[in-house]
Structures are given as C-alpha cells and as structure tokens.
Design a protein around this ligand. Structure first.
Ligand SMILES: C[S@@+](CC[C@H](N)C(=O)[O-])C[C@H]1O[C@@H](n2cnc3c(N)ncnc32)[C@H](O)[C@@H]1O
Length: 279
C-alpha cells in the first residue's frame, strides 16, 4: 500500500518529500487513516486526494492528529478527503465490526493476533475479555467455537454500544455477553473464579490488572493472554523484560506457553504478547 501511495504521488511530491512519507496507513472499512509527518502537512490534501483516487474501496481519508491516548485509547482525527464521516463497517476473518473511529478504539493491525488467540479456544470454555472494545476478539471466538461463553467488558459507553450492535450483526447473542464497566470492578463483583481463559488487550495497563485477571480464573487455573508495551534498550530482549515485569506482580505460578512481539509501536517500544498457563 505504501508503495502504491508513493507511486500515485510521484508527480505531486519531490523525491525527498516522498521519502518522508510514513511507510503505511490503515484501511478500516471504507475509511483510510493516514499519519503525515510535519514537513508534509502542507500537502495533506494532495496526499489524501491521491489516496482516495487510487484505492476504489476507500470513500473517506482521515488524518490522525494525535497518538492513541486516554483511558478509552482514542486518537484525534481530521477529515482530509471524501465523505466527511467517522463511522464505518470493517470486515475481518468473516466478521463485521461497526465502529466510530472518533469514539472507539480499533486497529486492523491486530487481525493476525486475534486469529492466533481464537484458534486456541476449545469447546466448552468460558472466557473473559477484560478490554473488549467494539468486540473483535470476543466475536471472532464466538464465530469459530460452537460451545463457548465470552464475557466481554469495556468501560467506554460508545465501545459498549457498538459491541452490542456487533454481537447482533454477527448473530452471536447467546455466546457473547457484553458488559459496560471497569474490568477490575466487574470481575471483583461478579466474575471471580469463572473463566478458563482471560484476554487482556490493554498493553499500557495489563500489569496493573494482572491480579484481577488471575482472580477471574476458575480454581486458579487457566490461560491468560497478556499484552504489554515494553521499552527495551540496546541488547535487551522485550520478551524477557515482559516476563520479569510479570514476576514482580504475580503471586501465582505460571508457565510461558508462547511469547511474541505483536508489533513495534515506537522506537525501542514493542507490543508483546505472553500466553501464560497458570496453575
Ligand atoms: C487497546 S483497546 C482494545 C480493544 C479491543 N480488544 C480491540 O482489539 O480492538 C483497549 C480497550 O480497553 C478499554 N478499557 C480501558 N480501561 C478499561 C477498564 N478499566 N475496564 C474495561 N475496559 C477498559 C478501552 O475503552 C478500550 O476500548
């Protein structure tokens, strides 16, 4: 895609400007979200119009104006070209997700990771998704597994509203239970010792919530999919650092079944996943 963008812009930007273009952009449903480096901001409309023309499935081009931030993990967005809208329906692994990019979190960059987790779920499991957003992990699991129950929690009322809609859209009402609230409080009040598997897709704060994830496991046993953003220095391994971080917080025994870097999210900052088998 970035090659395509550079190709369509080759007559409109100088070679040095082309080199400054960020490598990628996201397409979510029929909306493209671009990051443009400061020196090229004056050309933002030219870049957006070129993208709109080049990718027929894109009807709106948005500029990301802030990093993903705050409790609900939202980003600032500005309409650059096409229809002035923020709501779309994204298709992933045969599931449909309706969402508003201004008021809910969603990234297609976790698509492979969601599938990796969903493929591990066995018949009969009870799962808690602590930070469910508009529902992509929960709904994919429910689509793939016949006998499963997923408690799907988010504290953003807008994400919860779209999650409810997406549960209906994907016809998984009997398997996915949407819950609006703080995951720690919901677990403490109603879901202690309930789950075989807990998913924690909030990398900025997963360590803080790890004791609650553990308390949600039935008889203190099961699997926790733990995500963390880890800064690592030269010669350091982000995966080892994540394991060390967990050891500072976990008062339970665990084995790391799988460890991987999901993606780089900044210079020397990796999003890692650890699948923990807890006993
Ligand atoms: C990084 S997003 C992940 C969303 C979703 N799992 C996905 O892959 O698209 C994290 C989500 O956690 C929610 N969140 C943040 N703090 C929370 C809390 N204490 N309890 C429940 N949800 C929370 C945010 O509103 C956001 O939707």
């Amino acid at each position: 895609m970035s090659r395509l963008l550079k190709e369509v812009l080759k007559d409109k930007l100088t070679p040095s400007e082309l080199n400054k273009l960020y490598a990628g952009f996201d397409i979510i449903g029929d909306i493209a979200v671009l990051k443009i480096p400061e020196p090229l901001i004056v050309k933002k409309h030219i870049i957006a119009e070129a993208l709109l023309k080049a990718v027929k499935s894109v009807h709106t081009v948005l500029l990301q104006t802030t990093p993903v931030e705050g409790e609900y993990r939202l980003r600032g967005l500005e309409v650059l070209a096409g229809e002035p809208k923020f709501e779309t329906v994204h298709k992933e692994h045969g599931c449909l997700y309706k969402l508003d990019l201004r008021t809910t979190y969603f990234t297609p960059r976790l698509s492979a990771e969601r599938l990796r987790v969903a493929n591990q779920v066995r018949e009969g499991e009870v799962i808690i998704n602590m930070f469910a957003g508009v529902g992509p992990y929960s709904i994919l699991i429910a689509k793939k597994v016949r006998d499963v129950k997923v408690y799907s929690i988010d504290n953003n009322p807008e994400a919860y509203r779209y999650m409810q809609e997406n549960i209906k859209l994907n016809k998984v009402e009997i398997k996915v239970i949407p819950i609006l609230g703080d995951a720690a409080k919901v677990i403490r009040n109603t879901l202690q010792q309930t789950a075989n598997r807990v998913i924690m897709p909030l990398p900025e704060k997963a360590l803080h919530y790890l004791p609650d994830a553990y308390s949600a496991l039935k008889e203190g046993r099961g699997i926790i999919h733990y995500y963390e953003h880890v800064f690592y220095g030269v010669g350091e391994d982000p995966l080892e650092k994540a394991v060390e971080n967990i050891k500072t917080k976990a008062d339970f025994r665990f084995r790391v079944n799988y460890a991987g870097v999901v993606r780089d999210v900044g210079p020397r900052l990796a999003q890692v996943v650890l699948d923990l088998t807890v006993s």
